[in-house]
Design a protein around this ligand. Structure first.
Ligand code: COA
Ligand code: AMP
Length: 643
C-alpha cells in the first residue's frame, strides 16, 4: 500500500458516501444548487418507475449556458476556457470564455438556420480540433441532441450510428491528422451516408488546410461561410430530463448501444466530480488526453472542466511520435496543467520509448499534482513506473460510457486514501457497489470474486436509458440481476472497500483504452465468402492491454491459400470497423472448441489467449482441440500474460 501526504483522521468520505446512498435527494439536491437553473426542479429523484429513474424532474436549464455563458457573466470572460494544442499541425491556440461564447453562439445560429431545433439529433464526426467541442456546445445551446462518432471508426460504423440516431444534420471536417498521416474524413462521411437508410438534410463541413473536401451541392455547407453569416443564437431552456447527447458504445453485437445522457443530472454530477475527485477549482487547468469521440472526451475534455469554469486542454497528438515521448511533459509544463487524465496504454507507450524518463527531466512540472488513469485496468508495473517517475499520486479509477463518470476511484478534493496498486479505489458517492455471484445474483463478501453490480438507483449523470430502446436498456443492464445495474465487469472488493476490476465478463474488449466489440468483428469475418464460422477474442498485449485475434474455420472445399484469406479478413475489419480495431492477427483452424450442444467455448479460448490457467470444461465436445487452439494462439505470438 502506498501513502502520499497525510491521511485524514475520521472519514469525510464515509459521511459523504453514507448520505449519498441513504438520502440521495438531499445529497444531490444540494449539489444542484451550484448550477444556474431557468426553473427549479420539483423532485430531485423520481423513483416511481424503476428501473427508469429520473433526476431533477420539473427543472429547466441549459448545459451550454452553465458551461460557457455563466462564466462570462461571472467575471471569467477573459480567462482561457479551452487551449487547443496540436503538435501535428504545430498550433497552440487559446480561447477565452468570452471568445468561446461568441463562437458557440454563432455556430448555434448557423445550425438554427439549417433547421436544427430543440429535440433534433445531430451527428458530429470530427477530429480533435476546437470546432468539435464548439459543435457539441452549440447543439446543447439549442437543446439539440448531439451524437459524436469517433474519427477512427470506418464508414460502416458511422452508417449504423446515423441510422439509429437519425440526425437532421451532420457536422464534420475535411480531414483528421494521425501523427504524420492526413486522413480524409469526407470520403468516409459520404460513404456512410450512402450506406445509411436515413439521410441527413444538411452537412456542415470544416475545411482544414491539410486536405480540402469536395462539397456535395445542395447538402453540404462550408462551415466558415455558414458561421460568418449567422446570427448568434441564445440558450434554449430544456428539461433536466431531456437528452443532452447520445454516445454509442460497443455491446456484444454489431449494433452499438446508444447511451443517453440527460442535461440536469449530468451537469450536477460532473460539477461534483471536478472538485471532489479531480481536485479542480475554477481557473485551474485540467487535461484529459482522450478524444471527444469517447466518453472521457465528453465528460472531461468538454463538459466537466467547462461547467467548473476551469481551463481544458484539447490535444491533437499522441503520447509518442508527436514528436517524441516528452510530448505529455511538454504540454503539462507549457500550460501549467494541474491534473492529467489518460489511459494506462499511453504510459506504457511512453515507458517503452523512454524507460528511464529522460524526456521528463527536460521539463518543469511544478504545479502538476495528480495523474488519473482509466479506460482499462492499470497494471501494477505501469502504476509503479508512472508513480516513481512523476512523484505524484497516480489514481486508477473505473468507469464506463454508461455511467459518464467514475464508479470507483480516489479523491483529490474530498479525502485522499492510501493507494493500493491494482485496485481502482473505493465506490464513488451514489454508487452502491456490490459483488454478485454470477450464478444466483447473491451478494458476495470481501475477497470473493464475482460480477460487479451497482444497487439501484444509479446516481445522476448515469444513463437513464438507451436511445429509443427501453427494452434493450432493461435487457442489457437491469433484468440480469433485478434491482442492480449490471456493469459487465468482473472483480472483487477487499475488506477495506477497495474494488479490483479484473476485466469484462462479456464479449467487449479494451484495445489501447478503446472499447470494442468482438461480436462486431465476428460479424465482419462471417461475411467473407470462404468463412464457415469464426471467433474473435481479446489477447493480452504489452502495449495496448488487449488486441483482438481471430480464429476462422473455412467452408468445406475451400482450397485457397489460408494466408491470403487472413490478409483479406484483416483488410475487411479495417475497412468495416476501422483502423482503431487494431485487428492484425488471425489464423485458420480446422475447428473451434465447442460444448456438446454446439456453443463455442469463448471463456476457455479467452483464457488461452490471455495465457491464463484454464480447466478443460466437462461439457467439451473434444478436449484435444484446446491444444490446437493453444498452438494457434502461440503462432500469432500471443498466449502469455502481458507484463
Ligand atoms: N481518426 C482516424 N484514424 C485513427 C484515429 C482517428 N481519430 N485514431 C486512431 N486512428 C488509427 C491510427 O492511425 C492507427 O492506424 P494504423 O493502423 O494505420 O496505424 C489505428 O487507428 C490504431 O490507432 P492507435 O490505437 O492510436 O494506435 P497507435 O499504434 O497509433 O498508438 C498509442 C498507440 C498507445 C500511442 C495510442 O493508442 C494512444 O495514445 N492511446 C491512448 C488511448 C486513449 O486516449 N484512450 C481514450 C480513453 S481514456
Ligand atoms: P468505456 O465505456 O469505453 O469507457 O469502457 C468501459 C470499460 O473499460 C469498463 O467496463 C471496463 O471494462 C474498462 N475500464 C475502464 N476503466 C477501467 C479501470 N480503471 N480498471 C479496469 N477496467 C476499466
Amino acid at each position: 500500500m502506498e501513502r502520499y501526504g497525510e491521511v485524514q483522521a475520521g472519514s469525510k468520505y464515509e459521511a459523504v458516501y453514507k448520505e449519498s446512498i441513504e438520502n440521495p435527494s438531499a445529497f444531490w439536491g444540494r449539489e444542484a444548487e451550484r448550477l444556474a437553473w431557468f426553473k427549479r426542479w420539483d423532485t430531485v429523484l423520481d423513483d416511481s418507475n424503476p428501473p427508469f429513474y429520473r433526476w431533477f424532474v420539473g427543472g429547466e436549464l441549459n448545459t451550454c449556458y452553465n458551461a460557457v455563458d455563466v462564466h462570462v457573466e461571472n467575471g471569467r470572460a477573459d480567462q482561457a476556457a479551452l487551449i487547443y494544442d496540436s503538435p501535428v499541425t504545430d498550433t497552440v491556440t487559446s480561447f477565452t470564455y468570452g471568445e468561446l461564447q461568441g463562437q458557440v453562439a454563432k455556430l448555434a445560429g448557423a445550425l438554427k438556420s439549417m433547421g436544427v431545433e430543440k429535440g433534433d439529433t445531430v451527428v458530429i464526426y470530427m477530429p480533435m480540433i476546437p470546432e468539435a467541442a464548439m459543435a457539441m456546445l452549440a447543439c446543447a445551446r439549442l437543446g439539440a441532441i448531439h451524437s459524436v462518432v469517433f474519427g477512427g471508426f470506418a464508414a460502416r460504423e458511422l452508417a449504423v450510428r446515423i441510422d439509429d440516431a437519425k440526425p437532421k444534420a451532420i457536422l464534420s471536417a475535411s480531414c483528421g491528422i494521425e501523427v504524420k498521416k492526413v486522413i480524409p474524413y469526407k470520403p468516409l462521411l459520404d460513404e456512410a451516408i450512402r450506406q445509411a437508410a436515413h439521410k441527413p438534410e444538411k452537412c456542415l463541413i470544416l475545411q482544414r488546410p491539410q486536405a480540402t473536401a469536395e462539397l456535395t451541392p445542395g447538402r453540404d455547407l462550408d462551415w466558415r461561410e455558414a458561421v460568418e453569416g449567422a446570427e448568434p443564437a441564445e440558450c434554449v431552456p430544456v428539461q433536466a430530463t431531456d437528452p443532452l447527447y447520445i454516445l454509442y458504445t460497443s455491446g456484444t453485437t454489431g449494433m452499438p448501444k446508444g447511451v443517453v445522457r440527460d442535461n440536469g443530472g449530468h451537469a450536477v454530477a460532473l460539477r461534483w466530480t471536478m472538485k471532489h475527485i479531480y481536485g479542480i477549482e475554477p481557473g485551474q487547468v485540467f487535461w484529459a488526453a482522450s478524444d471527444v469521440g469517447w466518453v472521457v472526451g465528453h465528460s472531461y475534455i468538454v463538459y466537466g472542466p467547462l461547467l467548473t469554469g476551469a481551463t481544458t486542454i484539447l490535444y491533437e497528438g499522441k503520447p509518442i511520435g508527436t514528436p517524441d515521448p516528452g510530448a505529455f511533459w511538454r504540454v503539462i509544463s507549457q500550460h501549467k496543467v494541474k491534473a492529467l487524465f489518460c489511459a494506462p496504454t499511453a504510459f506504457r507507450a511512453i515507458k517503452r520509448e523512454d524507460p528511464q524518463g529522460e524526456y521528463y527531466k527536460k521539463y518543469d512540472l511544478t504545479g502538476f499534482e495528480t495523474l488519473f488513469l482509466a479506460g482499462e485496468r492499470t497494471d501494477p508495473d505501469t502504476y509503479h513506473w508512472a508513480s516513481d517517475l512523476l512523484g505524484v499520486p497516480v489514481i486508477d479509477h473505473w468507469w464506463q460510457t454508461e455511467t459518464g463518470w467514475a464508479i470507483t476511484g480516489n479523491f483529490r478534493g474530498l479525502e485522499f486514501f492510501p493507494i493500493k496498486p491494482g485496485s481502482a479505489g473505493k465506490p464513488m458517492p451514489g454508487y452502491n457497489v456490490k459483488i454478485l455471484n454470477p450464478d444466483n445474483g447473491r451478494e458476495l463478501g470481501p475477497g470473493q470474486s464475482g460480477v460487479i453490480a451497482v444497487k439501484l438507483p444509479l446516481p445522476p449523470g448515469t444513463l437513464p436509458t438507451l436511445w429509443k430502446n427501453d427494452t434493450r436498456f432493461k435487457e442489457s443492464y437491469m433484468d440480469i440481476y433485478p434491482g442492480y445495474y449490471f456493469t459487465g465487469d468482473g472483480g472483487h472488493m477487499d475488506d477495506e472497500g477497495y474494488v479490483y476490476v479484473m476485466g469484462r465478463v462479456d464479449d467487449v474488449i479494451n484495445v489501447a483504452g478503446h472499447r470494442l466489440s468482438t461480436g462486431d468483428m465476428e460479424e465482419v469475418l462471417a461475411r467473407h465468402p470462404d468463412v464457415a464460422e469464426c471467433a474473435v477474442l481479446g489477447a493480452a498485449d504489452d502495449l495496448k492491454g488487449q488486441v483482438p485475434i481471430g480464429f476462422v474455420v473455412l467452408k468445406a472445399g475451400v482450397s485457397r491459400d489460408p494466408q491470403e484469406i487472413v490478409k483479406e479478413l484483416i483488410q475487411m475489419v479495417r475497412q468495416d470497423v476501422g483502423p482503431i480495431a487494431c485487428f492484425k492477427s488471425a489464423v485458420v483452424v480446422d475447428r473451434l472448441p465447442k460444448t456438446r450442444s454446439g456453443k463455442i467455448l469463448r471463456g476457455t479460448m479467452r483464457k488461452i489467449a490471455d495465457g491464463e490457467q484454464y480447466r478443460v470444461p466437462s461439457t467439451i465436445d473434444d478436449p484435444v482441440i484446446l491444444d490446437e487452439i493453444k498452438q494457434a494462439v502461440a503462432r500469432m505470438g500471443y498466449g502469455r500474460r502481458a507484463s
